[in-house]
Design a protein around this ligand. Structure first.
Ligand SMILES: O=C(O)[C@]1(O)C[C@H](CCCOc2ccccc2)[C@@H](O)[C@H](O)C1
Length: 145
């Protein structure tokens, strides 16, 4: 049961709640992180959050997680989902179990969003549940990872 969870958000997720509410809803990233922090604290566990618009910063953060004793990752990779072999390689290298989450249902959107470079090595993938998906991913990590 995960006791030290890292919540990662990739490029443009800092825009949550401020643009394209018809796609991503009105909840901000700060709201998501606050709710996740409360959820994890109630379970007696620890949450660390990180968002970056830069692939290398996310890779550096993932590599550091191993040394920090992170035992589960919840990641919304943003658009890097569909492009980044390097992000996949970093997650594979640290071998920390992770849940991939997407606010939108990527399979109902443009064809280029239908493939994820990460899903094949994820424990599981949540998409299309809006920002509620983060709570579901965190709940799974607390109970099963
Ligand atoms: O649905 C998701 O969570 C995505 O990971 C969001 C990514 C985009 C990041 C968020 O970009 C925003 C842009 C404007 C307003 C809010 C978010 C998109 O590239 C993926 O295909 C699916």
């Amino acid at each position: 049961m995960a006791k030290n969870i890292l919540l990662l958000n990739g490029p443009n997720l800092n825009l949550l709640g401020s643009r394209e509410p018809e796609v991503y809803g009105a909840t901000t990233l700060a709201d998501v992180e606050r709710a996740a922090s409360e959820q994890v604290a109630q379970a007696g566990a620890k949450l660390t959050t990180f968002q970056s618009n830069h692939e290398g910063a996310l890779i550096d953060r993932i590599q550091a997680a191993k040394k920090e004793g992170i035992d589960a990752i919840v990641i919304n990779p943003g658009g890097l989902t569909h492009t980044s072999v390097s992000l996949r390689d970093a997650l594979a290298a640290v071998a920390i179990p992770f849940v991939e989450i997407h606010v939108s249902n990527i399979h109902q959107r443009e064809a280029f969003r239908h493939h994820s470079y990460l899903s094949g090595i994820a424990v599981g993938v949540i998409c299309g549940l809006g920002t509620e998906g983060y709570a579901a991913a965190i709940s799974f990590a607390l109970k099963k990872l």
